[in-house]
Design a protein around this ligand. Structure first.
Ligand SMILES: C[S@@+](CC[C@H](N)C(=O)[O-])C[C@H]1O[C@@H](n2cnc3c(N)ncnc32)[C@H](O)[C@@H]1O
Length: 255
């Protein structure tokens, strides 16, 4: 079914049936894309500051889309098994640190990065043993080969897609040889916004390519894809990639 993305996002955010969303939003309101990357980033930062508590209420075991801690645990399981304890792991777009950074911090030295002041404030409270940095992931820098794993779940989908390939290249440099990448990224190519997301007074913005594009980038960057999976959500969904960076230049991928 060809459904206007604004109906689809209302359906995803509020869990109303699609038909109801199509009645509620009679006409798509044209919303110009922010003029520059800094405007986009500023709007996403404001949006996440406003929706932090709506998206992940304190003390709840799931977010507003029904993703449960157990889902996160199963996605992280291969990293928990494969990566040596005590090594450094990066959680990019860590949100409140719950559940990802909190699960990882029981085993690894975790650095979490997030754009939103409110998300980072909550993360520092929820996961005091990890280190959290409030920064734009497209601007932050780390030493080459510092991390044994990089995890980025549902956060790249808010980064302007023109910025994403260079971010993948930089992530590849931050990973040690043989390091692991776990990401939940876009399934379909999409760019758009929604006013008053999750009942807040701020718009939210999404931007992504399709899963085939991310698969191609990972392969071009000499990652071996160990696992990939469609993660359904409402009548759409996202794509999970678990991939391993080559151990040396001669280490050829086998997938
Ligand atoms: C859907 S939440 C996911 C949070 C967490 N990874 C999880 O799965 O619960 C997306 C997060 O990405 C962050 N984010 C969006 N754009 C970002 C950017 N350019 N740099 C750093 N964080 C960003 C938002 O502030 C938000 O906390």
């Amino acid at each position: 079914m060809n459904v206007d993305p604004i109906f689809r996002s209302l359906h995803k955010a509020q869990r109303f049936p699609l038909r109801v969303c199509q009645l509620v939003v009679r006409k798509r309101v044209p919303r110009p894309k922010p003029a520059s990357q800094s405007e986009w980033t500023g709007a996403v930062r404001t949006g996440w500051n406003r929706v932090s508590y709506r998206y992940r209420p304190s003390g709840k075991h799931s977010d507003s889309f029904g993703h449960r801690e157990g889902d996160y645990r199963s996605w992280l399981e291969p990293i928990l098994r494969a990566v040596p304890p005590g090594t450094e792991v990066l959680d990019l777009g860590c949100g409140t640190g719950v559940p990802t950074s909190r699960i990882l911090a029981r085993r690894f030295r975790v650095t979490g990065v997030d754009l939103s002041d409110v998300q980072i404030r909550r993360a520092r409270r929820f996961v005091p043993c990890a280190r959290f940095v409030r920064a734009d992931m497209t601007r932050v820098t780390f030493a080459p080969e510092r991390f044994a794993a990089i995890v980025t779940l549902y956060s790249l989908i808010h980064v302007p897609r023109e910025e994403q390939l260079s971010l993948f290249r930089r992530m590849a440099t931050w990973l040690a040889p043989g390091g692991w990448f776990l990401g939940i990224v876009g399934q379909e190519r999409y760019e758009g916004s929604e006013p008053g997301w999750l009942g807040s007074d701020a718009p939210m913005f999404w931007s992504h390519y399709n899963a085939a594009t991310y698969r191609r980038w990972l392969r071009e960057l000499k990652f071996t894809i160990a696992h990939e999976e469609f993660i359904p959500e409402g009548d759409g969904g996202h794509h999970l990639f678990l991939a391993r960076k080559a151990r040396s230049n001669s280490d050829r991928r086998t997938d």
